[in-house]
Write a protein that binds this ligand. Structure first.
Ligand code: MG
Length: 206
C-alpha cells in the first residue's frame, strides 16, 4: 500500500482585540492570534502537512499573503482546499498528530472538544486525531503560539485515473480560477481581476 507523510508548522503572535481561534474553535482568552485570516495556527499547520504529503505546495501557494479576499477568513477554507488536494491525488488520511506550543491559555481543558472539532472538519473519527499541547519552556516565546502537524496518508484510488489539482494547474490563471471558485462557493464573493503573483510563494502570513 502506498503511503505518504506530511509535516506542517506555523506560528502566530498574540494580539489584543481579536478572537482567539485555534483548531476551528473560538477560545476564551484576552487576546487572539494576529494574522490576515482568523490566525488559526493549528489549522494552518495541518493544511501545510496535508499539502506537503501530496507535494502540492503550501498554504501560501493557494492563499497569497495579504490578499484582501482572505481578510479574517475562516481557516477551515484553507483546510478544505488541502483535503480536496489529497482526495484528487487519490489519498485518504490515516491519522493526524499535532503539537501546540503556547504558554496560555491551557489547552487541556478543551482538548477533547478541539479534537472532535478537528475530526469533524476533516471527516475523520476522533480516534485518529491527536492534539498535544506544550508550554514553550526556556524559549522566551510566551507571546507566540506555534503548531506542528504530521499526517499519514494511504493510497485509495488508481493513480492513472486521478491527478492532483496542482498537476493540472498549469498556469497562474488556472490557479486564480480555482481560488475564485472556492471563494464563490464559500462566501459568494464575486470574482475580480488582479495582478499576477508568483506561485509557490512560501511566505505565509495567513
Ligand atoms: Mg499561519
Amino acid at each position: 500500500m502506498s503511503m505518504r507523510i506530511g509535516y506542517g508548522w506555523d506560528s502566530h503572535a498574540f494580539k489584543p482585540g481579536v478572537p482567539l481561534r485555534i483548531g476551528g474553535l473560538t477560545l476564551e482568552h484576552n487576546e487572539g492570534l494576529a494574522g490576515h485570516s482568523d490566525g488559526d495556527v493549528l489549522l494552518h499547520a495541518i493544511t501545510d502537512a496535508l499539502l506537503g504529503a501530496v507535494s502540492a505546495g503550501d498554504i501560501g501557494s493557494f492563499f497569497p499573503p495579504g490578499d484582501p479576499r482572505w481578510k479574517d477568513a475562516d481557516s477551515a477554507i484553507f483546510l478544505n482546499l488541502a483535503l480536496e488536494e489529497i482526495q484528487n491525488a487519490g489519498y485518504s488520511i490515516v491519522n493526524v498528530d499535532t503539537t501546540l506550543v503556547l504558554a496560555v491559555p491551557k489547552i487541556a481543558p478543551i482538548a477533547t472538544e478541539m479534537r472532535e472539532r478537528l475530526a469533524e472538519l476533516m471527516d475523520l473519527d476522533p480516534s485518529v486525531v491527536s492534539i498535544k499541547a506544550k508550554t514553550p519552556e526556556g524559549l522566551n516565546q510566551d507571546h507566540v503560539a506555534q503548531a506542528h502537524a504530521v499526517v499519514l496518508l494511504e493510497k485509495v484510488e488508481d493513480p492513472h485515473n486521478l491527478k492532483s489539482m496542482s498537476a493540472i494547474i498549469e498556469s497562474q490563471k488556472q490557479l486564480e480560477d480555482v481560488v475564485e471558485n472556492l471563494l464563490s462557493q464559500v462566501h459568494g464573493v464575486q470574482p475580480r481581476s488582479r495582478d499576477v503573483i508568483p506561485t509557490f510563494d512560501t511566505e505565509d502570513i495567513t
